[in-house]
Design a protein around this ligand. Structure first.
Ligand code: IVH
Length: 688
């Protein structure tokens, strides 16, 4: 490539400059980023490369020479005591090492350098000026030189001290940090917004930015914002030899410093720290998108100095993005085993945090409308940790002309029956019990691990058996033994596969009664109460004959479950099924075993009185509702989010951000056996 820009290079330079300026304005001023961070970084990189190849394209106004965005006129402009610059980025180990090499050369010494590694907090940068220990002003970054005065708003944040907790405060202390919204608060806020039919926030940072830049500080106060500080600007009256020393001082002065910060020697240790931080990123209560590595020694920092936009003594390693953009190719619906209709997004395949995403649930029509995603849109897809992928929202600036609001189809795509949405419920239902997709889902369910756990009966086999009319209900499974020849005639079904399948089904004959109850797919009846019923009635016959009074006499069974069980056994199809099973010699019995939660004879309704418990993640022996019911039956209060008032967090599989929050607050975290102990013996059991 020549140094002289051709027309194409100029055109591309113009285009990228416009895109980046616009993105910065929308990000910093409007709190509505038009693109993901990764797309922004890529655009900026391309621009930098263009300018390196064609230096004639560089001007003072180029976005590569600027930080942030112009300030909004609505907030009073303030000039920062020292400019708030940006950080250079590194995207892999080689780039981190190349930076460390530049540091080594800049210092002119081969001694190992000491580095402080901090989480890069995905929040809103703020500048806090303390004069004589009292907060004088809080400002956003703005264009780096001039920010917006948000003192009144910042003072509503519990983490922002009005006065420093030091005996002899320095004359001037300019502190830098990130205002952010903890993940739990973000999830709660978005759930409430969707419920109210409002647009959800794209991510915690946008929500935090929007909250901080509320003109009415009371509106800021209504959002549970938090602060992490990570550095200093101008300082008079106190000196620090190292950055880590400064952070310790700030923490002692009452400013929140992230506990994950570490100080290490040499770049190999830095990389180990980066790997650890990346592996743990989703365990924190707040969102991080990288690691900021800083030369610790302040004299060395001074020697290394700054470029026009960033310090030479620091680098931001950027973790692989959890958000990506892709195209929404279609919205389709699935019908579950209970008839629930759930729309899902069909996406142009996109790699997000190491996994290729092609589909993402959209839950229900309400959510599709709240997010206003339309077929043809470019959408942001997010996958944080173990959480299932989700469509965050559309990139409105990229919306093609002629898109339409999505509507739930009037009829079921699998059986053609009209879909209905019961009054007050968010979900549509296909009420046809013979709907082929419901059938498919329910046979898959009854073969699953929590139900009859039938080996050799995976999703594909179920599909084939249902499609060929070999299986329509549970009893048909036990009839397959007599249809061996038909099975052998199926594509891909050799002798061995048929033998395995039939052996798997035969083994299921002797599964305990509670597993059959789960396989029956009775509304509201999860595994714990299925166990309670099985133990109380022993066999299928007496249970099928029990009236609602007899059912409610079982500990833990309330009127809702009782009515649901009764109505299931009253349904003529199920009467037939129960008779068919008996005729086929399938006679499940209750299993003798340790007392579960639902059948604790003589549950003490005061056992957990005064305790507040939060339940998160997936438990094996309980649904979330059952765990809640069991806790409440013993007098505990069950809350939705972890706070200082929480006594226990019960965490199942894939618990999300609540565990990090609990650990931060010192709230004990119980696993499922801890929950059982708590239910059986009260707080002493839980503590053990
Ligand atoms: S130090 C001279 N440390 O990331 C700038 N920044 O992309 C020194 N950020 O402007 C910044 N976490 O707003 C630093 N631990 C951390 C950070 C952090 C987040 C933000 C900060 C900065 C931006 C650069």
């Amino acid at each position: 490539m020549s140094g002289r820009p051709d027309t194409e290079a100029r055109r591309r330079h113009d285009e990228l400059s416009r895109t980046i300026r616009d993105a910065r304005y929308r990000y910093y001023v409007l709190s509505e980023p038009p693109m993901t961070d990764a797309a922004f970084d890529a655009a900026l990189r391309e621009l930098e490369e263009l300018e390196r190849a064609h230096p004639a394209l560089v001007s003072a106004g180029s976005p590569t020479r600027q930080v942030g965005a112009p300030v909004d006129v609505a907030f009073a402009p303030v000039t920062h005591p020292t400019p708030m610059l940006s950080l250079d980025n590194a995207f892999d180990r080689a780039e981190v090492e190349a930076w460390a090499e530049r540091v080594r050369r800049g210092l002119g010494s081969d001694d190992p350098v000491r580095y402080t590694c901090e989480r890069k907090i995905d929040g809103v940068a703020v500048d806090l000026v303390y004069r004589d220990g009292v907060l004088e002003r809080a400002a956003t970054r703005g264009d780096g030189t001039t920010g917006e005065d948000v003192t009144a708003q910042a003072l509503t944040i519990a983490d922002v001290p009005y006065r420093l907790a030091v005996a002899d405060p320095p004359a001037l202390l300019e502190v830098r940090g990130e205002v952010h919204l903890p993940l739990a608060a973000f999830d709660r806020m978005n759930a409430e917004r969707i419920e109210a039919g409002e647009a959800a926030f794209m991510n915690p940072r946008n929500a935090a930015s929007g909250a901080l830049r509320q003109k009415d500080p009371a509106a800021t106060a209504a959002r549970p914002l938090a602060l992490w500080v990570h550095g200093l600007g101008a300082v008079e009256g106190v000196t620090f030899a190292g950055h880590s020393e400064a952070l310790r001082w700030l923490a002692d002065a009452g400013l929140p410093v992230p506990p994950e910060t570490t100080t290490v020697d040499g770049v190999a240790a830095v990389w180990a720290e980066i790997e650890r931080a990346t592996a743990e990123r989703h365990e924190l209560a707040y969102e991080t998108d990288g690691v900021v590595v800083k030369v610790d020694d302040r004299a060395q920092q001074e020697r290394l100095g700054w470029t026009s936009r960033a310090p030479r003594w620091a680098i931001a390693y950027k973790m692989p993005p959890v958000e990506q953009q892709t195209r929404l190719l279609g919205i389709e619906v699935n019908v579950g085993r209970t008839g629930k209709v759930a729309p899902f997004a069909v996406l142009e395949p996109v790699l997000v945090a190491g996994t290729t995403i092609t589909h993402a649930t959209l839950h229900n029509e309400l959510q599709v409308h709240a997010k206003d995603v339309r077929v043809g849109d470019t959408v942001v897809v997010r996958r944080a940790g173990d959480v299932i992928p989700e469509v965050v929202g559309p990139v409105l600036s990229a919306r093609p002309r002629g898109t339409r609001r999505w509507r739930m189809p009037a009829t079921c795509p699998f059986c053609g029956q009209p879909l209905v949405r019961p009054e007050g419920e968010a979900h549509h239902l296909c009420e046809n019990v013979d709907c082929p997709n419901r059938l498919l889902e329910s046979v898959t369910h009854l073969a699953s691990r929590g139900a009859l756990d039938i080996e050799g009966l995976g999703e594909q086999t179920v599909e084939l058996l249902v499609e060929r009319g070999l299986v329509g209900d549970l009893a048909d499974l036990f009839r397959l033994e007599g249809r061996r020849e038909e099975l052998l005639a199926l594509d891909g079904f050799q002798q061995r596969r048929v033998d395995n399948l039939l052996a798997g089904i035969d083994a299921a004959r002797t599964r305990p009664l509670d597993r059959f109850l789960v396989a029956f797919n009775i509304r509201h009846l999860g595994p714990t109460y299925a166990r309670a019923l099985a133990r109380a009635f022993g066999e299928l016959g007496p249970l099928a004959a029990a009236d609602t009074d007899a059912l409610e006499a079982v500990d833990g069974i309330g009127p809702v479950i009782a009515a649901s069980v009764r109505s299931w056994f009253d349904n003529p199809r199920n009467v037939q099924l129960v008779a068919d099973l008996a005729a086929l010699g399938v006679a499940p019995r209750a299993e003798a075993g340790p007392a579960g939660a639902g059948d604790g004879a003589g549950t003490d309704p005061t056992l957990l009185e005064g305790l507040t418990v939060v339940v998160t993640g997936t438990l094996e022996g309980f649904t979330r509702d059952e765990a809640r019911a069991a806790l409440e039956a013993r007098g505990a209060k069950v809350a939705g989010s972890v706070s200082g008032r929480t006594d226990y967090l019960v965490a199942g599989a894939a618990p999300g951000s609540k565990v990090g929050r609990a650990e931060q607050l010192g709230v004990p975290v119980l696993d499922e056996s801890g929950l059982l102990a708590l239910l059986a013996s009260g707080p002493d059991g839980g503590a053990a």
